[in-house]
Design a protein around this ligand. Structure first.
Ligand code: ADP
Length: 412
């Protein structure tokens, strides 16, 4: 989910919302209409049983049943029954084999047959000169429901088509909606890239001038310190500009990795040893636990960049006399590494934001005369890990230290 584009994420979100909503409305309508259908079947059955008695008459103490009584209207089968529930005259539907004792309260009730369910309604009708006749109406619940079942089947077919159409339409709609956002992002990237590019020349001129001035051996000590400070700051600017240029090119997909099979064990050891010289300034000991002969296809200069960033952060935010542990492990499908320090740590609420460009937990704690701290280091680390198909993570406890881990998969 994390790697899906915003367009896909929004499409998934909106279309699943619409599909769920449509499903719920449909299920509601279906349940209401099924109840409606069954209740009208019950009302109809009761009415037909009551009106069936109009077709009964008595002449000379004999019961006459009109032809109309036997006609089956709206699937209701009428019959005259003996008190034990067996048929005297009339018709019963095919499949109704049960002998159900009469229940002459005039209400509709449901019984479960072997294959179908039935609604029954019985009444006792008093005929002069004949006595009581028992009329029963029978109708099939299963048949009444069958029409409604075919609606459900049709819905089962229509719903996936509806889901696909919704997803396609939402995808187009979201695309149109995001178009201006994408355009302004593109403009912003182009702007950053252009500005960084344009700044490179003046900064190199400043640096060249600094070098020229510092080369003057007659320069008084006071002046020399001033020029050195200018040089350091111009160096920082130059580095920041290269980072910005790199990141904006990365955003535009304009960076080609130069991958080759690299001995990461040796390279990691080399970078760590180089960083030890800087760590000495804070009396920090860099410890290594590196698997031998770990080979992987990576862009060597980007790998070095990533490691330098992580180790220099660990040293910078580490404690005086502390230690930094570097590990590298050969895994089944790639390589995992970690850079751990016992320094100031990062407050938990800031952990998700440290990967954002220009984000610094606290400007005061990351300001230094000697080193550049722009808040662009970790975004670079993240980009490098991801462009290699991998990932980078952090665990940190305020006041105890941080551990940055990365995983780079085996990809040619
Ligand atoms: P910066 O150049 O300011 O160090 P990064 O992008 O490298 O920028 O790091 C972003 C922020 O994350 C830093 O400002 C710092 O507060 C925090 N951070 C990074 N690494 C560590 C670490 N090892 N220990 C404590 N805080 C760290």
């Amino acid at each position: 989910m994390k790697r899906l584009s915003l367009k896909i994420k929004l499409t998934l979100l909106y279309s699943s919302f619409i599909i769920i909503l449509a499903g719920v409305v449909f299920a509601l309508l279906l349940s209401l209409s099924s109840r409606e259908i069954l209740s009208s079947v019950r009302i109809n059955l009761k009415q037909q049983v009551q009106s069936g008695t109009e077709y009964l008459s008595v002449t000379d103490w004999t019961l006459n049943v009109d032809e109309q009584f036997y006609s089956v209207a709206d699937n209701v089968y009428l019959g005259i029954y003996w008190t034990n529930g067996s048929l005297m005259y009339g018709r019963i539907p095919y499949g109704f084999t049960e002998e159900i004792p009469l229940n002459c309260n005039g209400e509709v009730y449901k019984i479960k047959g072997e294959y179908e369910e039935w609604y029954l309604c019985d009444i006792a009708y008093e005929l002069e000169e004949y006595g009581t006749v028992y009329v029963r109406g029978i109708t099939s619940v299963t048949k009444a429901e069958s029409g409604f079942r075919s609606t459900v089947r049709a819905a089962m077919l229509i719903l996936p088509i509806f889901a696909i159409l919704t997803a396609i339409l939402t995808y187009h709609f979201v695309g149109r909606l995001l178009c201006p956002v994408e355009q302004s992002l593109q403009r912003e990237r182009q702007f950053t890239s252009d500005v960084s590019h344009e700044l490179r020349t003046p900064v190199s001129v400043i640096l060249a001038q600094c070098e020229e001035c510092l080369a003057d051996i007659k320069l008084p000590e006071e002046e020399k310190r001033k020029w050195e400070l200018i040089q350091r700051k111009a160096d920082e600017m130059s580095e920041m500009i290269s980072y910005l240029l790199l990141l904006s090119r990365a955003d535009q997909g304009r960076i080609q990795l130069q991958k080759e099979l690299v001995n990461l064990s040796e390279l990691t050891e080399m970078v760590a040893e180089e960083q030890q010289t800087i760590a000495n300034g804070k009396k920090i000991r860099i410890e290594m636990s590196i698997d031998p002969e770990v080979y992987l296809h990576v862009d060597e200069s980007f790998y070095i960049h990533m490691l330098v960033n992580l180790i220099s952060n660990a040293v910078f935010y580490g404690n005086i006399n502390g230690k930094v542990k570097i590990s590298l492990r050969k895994m089944k499908h790639g390589v995992s590494g970690a850079v751990e320090d016992d320094g100031i740590g990062i407050p938990e609420e800031y952990l998700p934001r440290i990967w954002d460009r220009f984000f610094r937990v606290d400007h005061a704690r990351s300001s230094s005369e000697l080193e550049m701290h722009s808040g662009l280091g970790l975004p670079m680390v993240k980009w490098i890990a991801e462009v290699h198909g991998g990932s980078v993570n952090v665990r940190s406890t305020l006041g105890k230290g941080s551990c940055f881990t990365f995983f780079l998969p085996e990809m040619e």
